[in-house]
Design a protein around this ligand. Structure first.
Ligand code: AMP
Length: 380
């Protein structure tokens, strides 16, 4: 009997555990919160990731460890890796935890990125904003997610407010300032690499964010084949450079027919949730296969899929369940502003049928604005 340990007990761990059940796997989830939603399906160990006694208990009970949460301290991941196999490796995790290190790696691999610079003082911020020119975004280097720890600088007049908001974090998690990219489209490559180096990607996914949080994803993204191959190539290079094992997502901006990489997420990713019903093998199952050294499953798509995220609270579910290929995911979390509490995936054989289904669901739920961009793209 194999037990997979997962650090972090949110919806990603929950969906990993659900996808591992047919493989006969057991799970142990570790989280700092006693009500972590993966705990509804797998034994939960409540503890701080820096607590060696808790980590030792975790290590003694699992055969392999992985993450649902990339901000587990790198030292904890290393401590664990000395005792039990950990995938992705602590090195891959630590690169992806730091926006500056990550962007430096992209650049060294020839993966295009917008202008950026590390910032440690207010004067430094002023200098870099002037050098970059135009609107910028100040971000924390570490511990930011879903648009948190970010401040838009539209002009030099915003520098004071940006520094007030984030300056105190310059000495703790570090800061990076990036050029604001006026992209036309935002896409992601969700990919998996096995222990033996086998590499596969799911078809490119197009994503729409609201307030920095993913709102909707459509796959396959309609895109020039050459551009798509470039994106798959970047993901492959990244996976090789990090000797990566497991699923990851590479988030890309598309501007004037060119790619600019935003960041990588060293875990299963929200923009890959559609793979549960929309692909031959889901990102969750393939992540487990990868970390266990099992053969990877086919990443081929089954038709066209759109995922809608439920943020804050769940809408009424029957309009999704009433769709021929509507699938409902309730993460078992209490409603809270800004919290990801569930998602729905609609899957159809054609783009036209998917757009029609989205239209119906959007109208019934009064969520026309959430489905508008996906419908617009499907009509292209
Ligand atoms: P992040 O946490 O870096 O993924 O940022 C969340 C979202 O904010 C992204 O998905 C984009 O929609 C937007 N964003 C982040 N960085 C930039 C940038 N440099 N230029 C334009 N939009 C950005």
């Amino acid at each position: 009997m194999t037990t997979v340990g997962i650090l972090g007990g949110g919806q990603l761990a929950r969906m990993l555990a659900l996808s591992g059940a047919p493989l006969g796997l057991r799970f142990l989830v570790m989280d700092t919160e006693a009500d972590a939603c993966a705990g509804q399906f797998a034994p939960l160990l409540v503890g701080d990731y820096r607590d060696e006694a808790a980590l030792a208990e975790f290590a003694s009970k699992v055969d392999v460890a992985t993450f649902d949460f990339e901000n587990v301290p790198a030292e904890s991941a290393e401590w664990l890796a000395a005792r039990v196999p950990v995938f992705p490796s602590p090195r891959a995790l630590s690169v992806a935890q730091d926006r500056l290190v990550e962007k430096n790696l992209f650049r060294s691999l020839g993966i295009p990125v917008g202008e950026y610079a590390a910032v440690s003082t207010r004067d430094g911020l002023e200098t870099e904003v002037a050098r970059i020119g135009g609107p910028c975004i100040l971000k924390t280097r570490r511990l930011g997610y879903d648009g948190k720890g970010q401040f838009r600088i539209r002009s030099a007049a915003d520098i004071e407010a940006a520094w007030q908001a984030l300056g105190a974090q310059a000495t703790t998690v570090g800061l990076i300032v990036e050029a604001f990219i006026p992209f036309q489209r935002e896409l992601s490559v969700v990919a998996v690499r096995g222990r033996d180096g086998e590499f596969r990607t799911w078809p490119l996914t197009e994503n729409w964010h609201v307030d920095g949080v993913l709102s909707a994803s459509v796959a396959p993204a309609t895109l020039d084949d050459g551009l798509a191959q470039l994106a798959y190539g970047y993901a492959n290079q990244l996976a090789e450079a990090l000797d990566y094992v497991g699923v990851f997502a590479l988030e890309l901006f598309c501007k004037d027919g060119q790619w600019l990489a935003n960041e990588m997420a060293p875990r299963v990713h929200n923009s890959g949730h559609w793979t549960i019903e929309g692909a031959e093998t889901s990102q969750f199952e393939n992540h487990l296969r990868a970390v266990l050294g099992l053969p990877l499953g086919d990443t081929r798509m089954l038709g066209h899929a759109c995922m809608l995220n439920w943020i804050g609270e769940l809408p009424e579910r029957n309009s999704v369940l009433g769709e021929p290929a509507g699938h409902w995911h309730d993460y078992g979390k209490l409603p809270r502003t800004g919290r990801k509490v569930g998602h729905a995936t609609l899957r159809e054989d054609s783009a036209v049928a998917l757009a029609d289904a989205l239209q119906r669901v959007g109208a019934t739920l009064g969520r026309e604005s959430q489905v508008a961009s996906p419908i617009g793209r499907l009509a292209d």
